[in-house]
Design a protein. Sequence first.
Length: 436
Amino acid sequence: MRKNHQMPDDDLVFLAYADLSGHVRGRAVPGRRYPTTVGWVPADQSITPFGSLGEMNPYGPLGDLRLIPDESAHIRADRLGATAFDVVLCDAVKPDGQPFAACPRAALRAAIERLAEQHRLEVKAAFEHEFTMLDAAGTEAAPLPAFSLQAQRSAEPFGSDLVRCMNSAGLEPENWLAEFAPGQFEITVTPANALRAADRASLVREIVRDVARVHQRAVTFSPMTSIGGVGNGVHVHLSLHTGNGKPVTHDRHDTDGLSRQARAFFSGIIRHLPALVALTAPSAISYLRLMPHRWSAAFTASGLRNREAALRICPGATPAGWNIEFRAADATACPHLVLAALIHAGCQGLDEGLDELRLLPGDPNAMSGDDLAAMGVVRLPTSLPEALDAFGDDGVARRWFDPLLIETYLEMKHTELTELADLSDAARIARYRAVY
């Protein structure tokens, strides 16, 4: 991501805030006024995905914040339609300049600093986004052969324009492909340090939506788009590096090919995974997707090249290519909160010297309960209320975040669930499909 030094005075720059609901909110200023800061409201952090305000949020009508642009998260894409796509992600701070405790970027920075200070390590990450393309009437595409050239070309010139715009914005697209389900596509980007990776994830979603708007299409990143459908996930690839950039995920002498640091780091994620999904798969319909035989993640399992595992080990041709894919996430989550949770869990594993990775030899759904128990594998929560309870019961995980962030997040989620309480699964899917 880069700063554009030739910004026209009349173009709008959107000062964006990636909030706890996974949405990007904010306000725009004319280019002639940028760089600047703008005001923000603490209670805005309590807005649910559907636009309502958390009923018992901790702010009420009081307080003020400022949004401070971060030039490292400023993108300006080629003109889309009649206007430029000019967006800069911001940090939320209090009037005295101190970080806002419920800001997801601040939470991620704290996790990054913990890993660096305590273990002299850093994470590089890349988010893979799946989404479903709809026509102007909101209808999914007719089935075409999965992963086919035919399916990919059916989206032209959307796909080529998307990649071109992402390149011009410095988002470094890596792969663009037609996916398994009708109308489903995936866009990936190259790995980056943790903060930049989360920033890119938020911005990629928005630029996909904007290119679709220009092409008079609509897209949805919703984890489910129809009853019995495939659904859309967000896979997060993670690798460990020293402060000077040396990759340390791989150890050729280890039976599974993982270094001691990697085994401890990812063991921490496995141990706290039932709590983590409250942050990484945080919608009422996320758990219609996190089910057995869906190549998502239904268990606290890890495995070599195993797409039914929550942690899939991905060997590389070189030590730098080794990474582990976290599969229990979707786009209803805030990317910054996802990485903050994963890094804190990894730090916890390093703190305790854990070695709890037991690689499944096959499909966990085909294994007996006794065999899974012997490997320490348990079923993940099967609903958002169950996941929120698991997070509430994990006292270690709760200590990773400021109490104000936790209070804000839980109240927002409980309000979200209240809005959906009397709806069928199909109606819930329709609500999320419309806003994500």
